[in-house]
Ligand binder design. Structure first.
Ligand code: DC
Length: 228
């Protein structure tokens, strides 16, 4: 039987660099599946929060893992939904405190190993634009295109604050900035699959680009990769 060849686009970068917005737009343009891997880590973070577990406590988090049922589904508009033990937690995982839980639980190698197959399996079955922190370096090292998305800390903090406000979540801008700085440090310095660009990643800095310009830049890179 002829094997269908799928294309993988790995999009990595720090928190609030605009990965999900850009990845979603590019995936729609090319008819690829958009996979938000941060949402998977957030689901584990939410489970730890609900269980009253310290997310930095490796033993406690490991004990929680085998009992967790994390599923990903796509609704009729192609939007990714996260299910935790059958409950749709797509909104609950976006709360700012869950961002910190997600960053903490994601530092455990056991958690990363637990979620790896789910991510690779999606890329085996579909052409994907997958965003995260270690997609180009660890999850999909053979991706046809790896993009490392960056933006200044100030631009990222402002965008994240606006995004939360749009969702009706009012936060203090200074707190948003602090949360992003905390996650930057932690996601970059952890021993297990830290955030870093793959050697063959293309850098895309969106600090000075509008959303439309950023989408066009990413789509241009994908088009080039498809023609290679
Ligand atoms: O992309 P995000 O902000 O929703 O991700 C939430 C946290 O999950 C982030 O602080 C680090 C972690 N994460 C990770 O370690 N690896 C990924 N591939 C995606 C997210």
């Amino acid at each position: 039987m002829e094997q269908t060849r799928h294309m993988a686009v790995a999009l990595d970068g720090p928190s609030a660099a605009g990965k999900s917005t850009l990845a979603r737009a590019a995936a729609r343009r090319f008819g690829f599946l958009y996979v938000d891997t941060g949402a998977i880590y957030r689901s584990v973070g939410l489970a730890a929060c609900r269980a009253g577990i310290d997310p930095k406590d490796t033993a406690a988090v490991m004990e929680l893992l085998p009992g967790l049922r994390i599923d990903m589904a796509y609704d009729e508009r192609g939007v990714q939904r996260m299910l935790l033990d059958g409950e749709d937690v797509s909104e609950a995982i976006r709360r700012p405190e869950i961002s910190l839980y997600a960053s903490d639980v994601s530092a455990h190698p056991e958690v990363r190993a637990f979620l790896m197959e789910m991510q690779r399996d999606l890329a085996r079955r579909h052409s994907v634009v997958m965003d995260g922190r270690d997609i180009g370096t660890v999850v999909l090292p053979d991706a046809e295109l790896k993009v490392f998305l960056t933006a200044s800390a100030a631009a990222r903090a402002r965008r994240r604050w606006l995004e939360l406000r749009e969702k009706g979540i009012e936060t203090d801008p200074e707190e948003v900035r602090r949360d992003i700085a905390y996650r930057d440090q932690q996601d970059t310095r952890r021993a297990a699959a830290p955030l870093r660009p793959a050697e063959d990643a293309v850098f895309l800095d969106t600090s000075e680009l509008s959303l439309e310009q950023s989408v066009e830049a990413l789509c241009g890179l994908i088009r080039e990769a498809m023609e290679r």
